[in-house]
Design a binder for this molecule. Structure first.
Ligand code: ADP
Ligand code: MG
Length: 676
């Protein structure tokens, strides 16, 4: 009862509406209470009609002067007009194509309206399609009214009314937060907060309520993550006795490892000797040399008698990893095999046999690795490359192919450090914050579309001198209502403008085999200009390409642009990245400027978070986090720090002393929305 009660039994809900709420993951009274408004409308002040101004959002109360009148202005367009007055003036109210609205008003009676004032073509002030109620109804007039993120077929009114009922039904809600935490961080008590987050007395009360829930949300998230972390550490892991063997590997490399690479390898060695099971995330900028680090760890696993597996998100990337590892391991007596979905049945059978009998030491592959038929002999080490591409379950499945193998996750999208430490609380983190020596930063420019001709001439000239280039478009093919560049058309245009060069086309809708073919042709230098969508963003390495042109650059996230840019500048030549955009708004300008002034993935990710807002940054779940209900990871970063402090304090005291809080963490974990 109370909080646990199904909302289906609240007055006016019933089965049908309950199903609509279920689409938002709302089942119980408690779920509903934690469905927070996205904003509030201030209808607490009623404005005298005579003082209403064009553009203002107002609440007015007045009598109907002229009864509503329907007029057909043209076919299919009906306008309903009426006038409302108070002591100070008169205003016109209009509705469009609303046949029934006039039945709701009686001449001479008083009503309240809430909406935006505009000026009609005749120059009179009017309210278009306002919210309304009888002046004595008191449902919204004189209040601050919550506005919820809606789902189809659920009106604001329904959600608002149901929320009122839920608050009543809940009665006195027990306090989840430990008393001393609430006091030392000055957090509002739950019942006050719950009332005022939905139906605030005033905006100050709302802010106090919001702060509490932001804190609570971040605290529960971190406690849940920390809790898992502790559990992980308890899992017994395979012990690698020989870690010195890595030296044999690094001596065979054609380059010296950077200090950051060495540090990371040391951290991995320590984990693998510790007796615990490693779950480590490597965060490193594009080109920082994560593959060599993974290869060193894989080498160690094999020399200690185990098989290792590495999962990559695309076939191209998997085969590139297989190639580069085969080269690195060439003289080291290690057998590398590649397993992908597009292999022929016979080859696949043979490979599976090698994996099962242990003659394959290292298995590199795509999702094909986690299919049921893949059985390892003794898998002791797994690597997931470009982790945000994989779901939680996929990584778990890979790990389940062995008996608690060590796991290394490699992320190519740096996220702000403070956030990483807090949010990946369940993983240990190594940061590779150093690029191999001799890299020249990619020179980046943002230009308008009027420069396009000159840009492609520059690209053409560069190709004539023996280099290669990429062009990235936001769309695959032409679509209606969009004047964004598309890869299909642009590749045709470029091929006919520059008949002397070979232009290739690649996009996500192509078959894996065709993608592989075009990528191989580009890697070999036969294709000189590759027009594609973002499918090229992950990992592919073609050192001879030194120009990246990005069309409609405003359509991409900063971290994504940085990732794309990382495809060039891998050889010794000066590389260029040209962002083409005609978008003129301030945010876009700042975003482009960020790209032009910085080559630092960590800095860029911070700006990305700031300029795009966390909805986009984390909303895609690309970092494996649950969607935040109320906290804004950028704007609320001060509260994030405080809640991190509090979470650590609670963990030290032992979360079991706080059963209500602990059960909230359990609930979050049960939803299995947190990575790993
Ligand atoms: P990423 O971290 O983006 O996956 P890669 O592992 O693909 O980067 O490495 C990018 C390139 O840098 C590769 O060609 C690799 O051989 C080279 N590389 C890696 N480590 C070093 C190093 N310490 N010194 C010089 N080159 C290196
Ligand atoms: Mg890589």
């Amino acid at each position: 009862m109370g909080l646990e009660k199904s909302i289906q039994f609240l007055k006016g809900v019933g089965e049908k509406r309950a199903a609509l709420f279920a689409k938002k993951d709302i089942y119980t009274v408690e779920d509903l209470l934690y469905f927070f408004p996205r904003s509030h409308e201030d209808r607490s002040q009623t404005k005298p009609i005579g003082e209403c101004m064009d553009g203002e959002t107002v609440c007015i109360t007045g009598k109907i002067y002229r009864p509503p009148l329907d007029t057909y202005v043209r076919r299919g367009m009906m306008v309903t007009n009426m006038s409302v007055f108070d002591d100070t003036g008169m205003i016109n109210i209009v509705w469009y194509n609303n046949k029934y609205v006039k039945n709701n008003f009686k001449e001479g009676e008083s009503y309240s309206f809430f909406g935006k004032v505009s000026r009609s073509r005749q120059g009179r002030l009017q309210l278009s399609s306002p919210t309304y109620e009888r002046a004595d109804a008191g449902r919204f007039t004189g209040k601050i009214v919550p506005i919820y993120p809606l789902t189809k077929n659920l009106s604001q009114k329904t959600v608002q009314t149901t929320m009122e009922l839920a608050l009543k039904e809940a009665g006195t809600i027990p306090e989840y937060l430990p008393e001393h935490i609430r006091r030392s961080y000055k957090l509002a008590e739950i019942n006050f907060a719950m009332r005022n987050i939905h139906f605030p007395k005033d905006f100050e009360s709302y802010n106090i309520a919001r702060e509490r829930f932001v804190f609570e949300e971040l605290l529960v998230l971190q406690l849940a993550l920390f809790g898992r972390h502790e559990k992980k550490a308890e899992t017994a892991g395979i012990i690698f006795n020989d870690v010195k063997c890595i030296r044999d590997f690094s001596e065979k490399l054609p380059f010296d490892l950077t200090n950051a690479q060495k540090r990371t390898i040391n951290e991995i060695c320590r984990d693998c000797m510790s007796g615990g099971c490693m779950n480590r995330l490597i965060q490193g900028d594009v080109g920082s040399g994560k593959t060599a680090v993974a290869a060193a760890a894989i080498y160690m696993a094999v020399k200690n008698g185990y098989q290792a597996a590495m999962m990559a998100p695309t076939e191209i990337l998997a085969s590139q990893h297989a190639d580069s590892l085969s080269v690195m391991f060439a003289e080291l007596d290690i057998n590398v095999v590649l397993l992908t979905g597009s292999m022929r049945a016979k080859a696949k059978r043979e490979t599976l046999a090698k994996i099962a009998d242990g003659s394959a030491d290292v298995v590199i592959g795509t999702h094909a690795l986690i299919e049921e038929g893949v059985i390892f002999n003794n898998l002791g080490f797994v690597v997931a490359d470009e982790q945000h591409r994989f779901g939680v379950e996929q990584r778990a499945k890979l790990q389940a192919k062995g008996n608690d193998p060590h796991m290394l996750i490699m992320s190519a999208t740096p996220i702000p450090r403070t956030l990483a430490l807090i949010l990946y609380g369940d993983l240990d983190i190594s940061i590779i914050d150093e690029l191999p020596p001799g890299r020249k930063p990619v020179k980046t420019y943002a230009v308008g579309e009027n420069m396009r001709g000159r840009i492609y001439d520059f690209v053409h000239k560069n190709i004539s001198e023996g280099m290669q280039a990429y062009v990235v478009c936001p769309l695959v093919a032409e679509t209606e209502n969009s004047d964004l560049e598309n890869a299909v058309e642009l590749s045709e245009k470029l091929a006919s403008s520059y008949p002397d060069i070979k232009v290739g086309l690649m996009h996500g809708k192509m078959k894996a085999k065709d993608k592989d073919e075009i990528m191989t042709s580009f890697a070999s230098g036969e294709t000189q200009l590759l027009v594609s969508t973002t499918v090229i963003e992950v990992g592919v390495n073609v050192p001879n390409s030194n120009i990246m042109v990005i069309e409609n650059a405003e359509r991409f996230g900063l971290s994504q642009l940085h990732q794309l840019r990382g495809r060039v500048g891998r050889g010794g030549d000066q590389a260029h990245c040209i962002l083409i955009t005609d978008a003129k708004n301030d945010i876009t300008k700042k975003r482009m400027e960020t790209m032009c002034i910085s080559n630092d993935g960590f800095y860029i990710s911070e700006q990305d978070l700031k300029l795009r807002g966390p909805g986009d940054f984390f909303g895609t779940r690309q970092h494996g986090l649950p969607e935040m209900k109320i906290a804004n990871l950028f704007e609320d970063r001060d509260i994030l720090k405080l809640s991190n402090e509090a979470a650590r304090q609670i963990m030290n005291e032992g979360i079991d002393s706080y059963p209500l809080l602990s059960s909230r963490c359990q609930k979050l974990l049960a939803k299995e929305i947190i990575m790993n």
